[in-house]
Design a protein around this ligand. Structure first.
Ligand SMILES: [Mn+2]
Length: 487
């Protein structure tokens, strides 16, 4: 145990050493030319961008921020060539591709690459071969970048090396946790965060910024009235309640949480007394057990609903106090191609207009998802144990990963692997791949094998989730190779 502890501390020290180097680079940047910041448009990318932007503002550095869904395409390439950047920060956009851009660009003086994705082995041996780029990737310190820390966590650790940053910007620790949850790093017991993420949580708890505790995880519990929360809960189908606002209101009346004549819009989960919550948990369990009897035990259902809640206890004025809620709000903005709205709201949470836009985008995203939901399963084609959802003329590329995750849950007894595709830029397809519960193996290893025969394609990921881009004409050979490797 002592050794394990020592080892973990050692890793953390290692990553903090990188921060010290990064600080020196940062200080030298932006004196004569603005810093170009490029960030990913998912929750982790957006929260990373907010933390770094705040840091640059405090350091009084001029910067230009741009969000991109990916950077290995013509639209990024032409922007890059047009601006001829001198100073660059890449956030959550991979490590190999940013390194390659820096290497081939003469105008660059210095760059920082903050990332937690897989690094290709050739670059791993020599990640600093270009003295103009500093890579901060936990994988280089033998920290698991898929579960122990995300880009937002790294950005926070970096910002936190500046004197007083945390004191002045407590919300940014909360954003770091939100980023990790956005990347599904809650893989510890009871869906808790582990590794350095946990270290950040503990740090926040020590300073009264964060509260973490076990409870039912009801996504949206901080901003949706209870009846909507229940009716819109996707994780388990509750008879009479899922999809029905009237049903949910009736249920709450019968549970004694709502009185007839009360305004249901005003009743929130986090305003209930502990006793009311107990009653509600039990009534929910009862309803679920009736529906799912035989399939799951009461304990299993209880377990499914439970998990760690991460609450921003210092954020009484913040528009969203729960990290999981915030993560889906930000994610929705990215998926609706408006990452700058989420960015604006996080940087300035008291700006009512931009906060309102975040909620509008979330509602629109939900509407898009629910129309896809309606007949999603019927549009799946089975290729052996691979389920393929062809979203080429139905969904845009930011939605593939959500649809794949939903299908992985829905088809866990019929498929091993879910593949969802949509059109990307030019003639490329975006492919999201998920392993279901029935899948035993390592998805990224399989993907690597498939891609080794398709030089025009690229991709990466981890054990149970991966993504790739490929030319449309290669789709059939890609699917055939996936199917073959799964036999
Ligand atoms: Mn990430």
């Amino acid at each position: 145990m002592g050794l394990v502890r020592h080892c973990k501390m050692h890793k953390l020290e290692n990553i903090i050493n990188y921060m010290v180097r990064a600080v020196r680079v940062l200080e030298s940047m932006g004196k004569d030319d603005p810093i170009f910041v490029f960030s990913h448009i998912d929750t982790d990318g957006i929260t990373s961008a907010v933390i770094i932007a705040k840091l640059l503002i405090e350091m009084n550095k001029p910067f230009i921020l741009n969000f991109f869904p990916q950077i290995s395409n013509k639209s990024f390439e032409s922007y890059w060539q047009e601006v001829e950047p001198r100073y660059v920060i890449f956030l959550d956009l991979g490590t190999d591709t940013p390194l390659a851009y820096v290497k081939k660009t003469a105008s660059i003086s210095s760059s920082i690459i903050i990332d937690h994705h897989i690094v290709s082995s050739s670059d791993f041996s020599d990640p600093f071969s270009d003295p103009r780029s500093l890579v901060i990737n936990p994988r280089l310190c033998e920290i698991d970048g898929s579960t122990e820390i995300s880009s937002a966590g790294i950005a926070f650790l970096l910002a936190n090396t500046f004197y007083g940053f945390f004191d002045r910007n407590k919300a940014h620790l909360f954003y770091a946790i939100t980023g990790a949850l956005g990347d599904s790093q809650d893989v510890g017991p009871k869906r808790s965060l582990i590794g350095i993420n946990k270290f950040i949580v503990n740090y926040g708890e020590r300073y009264g910024v964060i509260n973490s505790y076990e409870d039912y995880i009801l996504i949206g519990m901080g901003f949706k009235p209870l009846y909507r929360l229940l009716a819109e809960m996707f994780i388990l189908d509750i008879p009479g309640i899922s999809g029905s606002y009237e049903g949910a209101v009736d249920f709450l009346i019968q549970a004694g949480v709502l009185r007839r004549g009360d305004d249901p819009e005003k009743v929130y989960w986090d305003k209930l007394t502990p006793e009311q919550r107990d009653v509600l948990r039990n009534k929910l369990l009862e309803a679920l057990v009736l529906k799912h009897c035989g399939k799951y035990s009461i304990r299993e259902i209880d377990e499914m609903l439970r998990g760690y809640v991460y609450e921003f206890s210092a954020g009484q004025n913040h528009f969203c106090r729960y990290a999981r809620d915030l993560s889906i709000l930000i994610n929705a903005c990215g998926k609706m191609r408006s990452p700058e709205v989420a960015f604006g709201a996080l940087l300035n949470p008291l700006n009512k207009d931009v906060v309102q836009q975040v909620f509008q985008l979330y509602e629109r995203y939900r509407a898009v998802l629910s129309t896809i939901f309606l007949n999603m399963e019927s549009q799946v084609e089975m290729h052996g144990s691979v389920a393929v959802y062809d979203g080429r003329d139905k969904i845009h590329e930011e939605l593939t990963s959500s649809v794949a995750s939903i299908l992985a849950h829905a088809l866990k007894s019929t498929a091993k692997i879910i593949i969802v595709l949509s059109r990307s830029v030019e003639n490329a397809l975006k492919v999201s791949i998920r392993g279901t519960n029935a899948f035993q193996g390592n998805l990224v290893e399989i993907l690597k094998k498939v891609l080794s025969n398709l030089p025009e394609a690229s991709g990466g990921g981890h054990e149970l989730a991966a993504g790739a881009y490929l030319p449309e004409e290669k789709l059939e050979s890609f699917l055939a190779a996936m199917e073959r490797l799964l036999e």
